[in-house]
Design a protein around this ligand. Structure first.
Ligand code: HEM
Ligand code: HEM
Length: 222
């Protein structure tokens, strides 16, 4: 990645942090100030790459091994990065700003279907809980995949550098983790459908295109 690209991404992340509408109530907002930057580039690019990786892992279902496992390792890497970004990232990426109680999530959905839903600039309460559920089930699926293979969680390319011996046996059919891997992959697929349904419901309820916001990062200020 060139230095210019890195500079542009960092500028975008910093703009996401600072992007609040000007608090000047007296003056009419300029057309461009009606939009705020909500999702930083790491969240956006990470989201669509994650979609590709999980789709690849679900379609390949174990074979060919190289593709299935590379996709699975990507998912594991995404989880590690997202945990770090949930603490060190910009405002709307941070867990403290979207962790909510199940009660708040239930109330949000009840209000949304009765037309009284409160709009959130970042994740809504059920959206925030869904992020946590997805991260947990993605870890379980990728982790059981690695355990089934009896691999270390370190990708092959780094094993020799770090002098780690991969104890892979390749007899995953005997592994007690096989069933857990299958069940958690199915659970992940179920959560993904629920997630897409939730995005559709919130998009209709608040009359805004949340998918486009996950592409360009911007949402209406009000
Ligand atoms: C394998 C499939 C998918 C997975 C694992 C997934 C996972 C996630 C995760 C983890 C987030 C939180 C982003 C963050 O804070 O870093 C998210 C947000 C989001 N995803 Fe997905 N996603 C998937 C598919 C999709 C699809 C197909 C769509 C569009 C139809 C979509 C639309 C969105 C939107 C709009 C948000 C932001 C929600 C909000 O405004 O609170 N996702 N997704
Ligand atoms: C989140 C990422 C992953 C998803 C969604 C996923 C999904 C799946 C699914 C749906 C199957 C078919 C299960 C069956 O019908 O028995 C499967 C099989 C398999 N997965 Fe994964 N997987 C992931 C990550 C991994 C990782 C990281 C590894 C290993 C490093 C792995 C290794 C395997 C193997 C070896 C099989 C074949 C098991 C058999 O022979 O029955 N997977 N995976």
């Amino acid at each position: 990645m060139s230095r210019t690209t890195v500079t542009m991404i960092m500028a975008d992340v910093m703009m996401t942090e600072a992007a609040a509408p000007a608090p000047d109530a007296a003056s009419e907002p300029k057309p461009e100030s009606k939009w705020v930057k909500v999702w930083d580039p790491f969240v956006r690019i990470g989201h669509w790459l994650l979609l590709i990786a999980i789709a690849t892992a679900l379609i390949t279902r174990g074979e060919p091994e190289s593709i299935h496992q590379a996709a699975g390792y990507f998912v594991a890497g995404y989880v590690v990065f997202r945990l770090f970004w949930g603490i060190a990232g910009p405002e709307h990426a941070r867990f403290e700003n979207f962790l909510a109680s199940p009660f708040a999530a239930f109330k949000y959905v009840a209000d949304l279907v009765t037309g009284k839903g409160t709009r959130h600039l970042g994740h809504s309460p059920p959206g925030g809980l869904m992020v946590i559920a997805l991260l947990m089930v993605m870890s379980l699926t990728a982790g059981t995949g690695m355990a089934m293979e009896n691999h270390t969680p370190v990708p092959a390319a780094f094993q020799s550098v770090l002098q780690i011996e991969d104890r892979g046996r390749g007899d995953e059919d005997d592994s007690p983790w096989e069933d857990v891997h299958e069940v958690s992959a199915n659970l992940l697929l179920g959560l993904v459908f629920l997630h897409i349904g939730g995005v559709a419901l919130a998009s209709i309820g608040h009359r805004e295109n949340l998918v486009r916001a996950m592409v360009d990062g911007k949402k209406r200020a009000e």
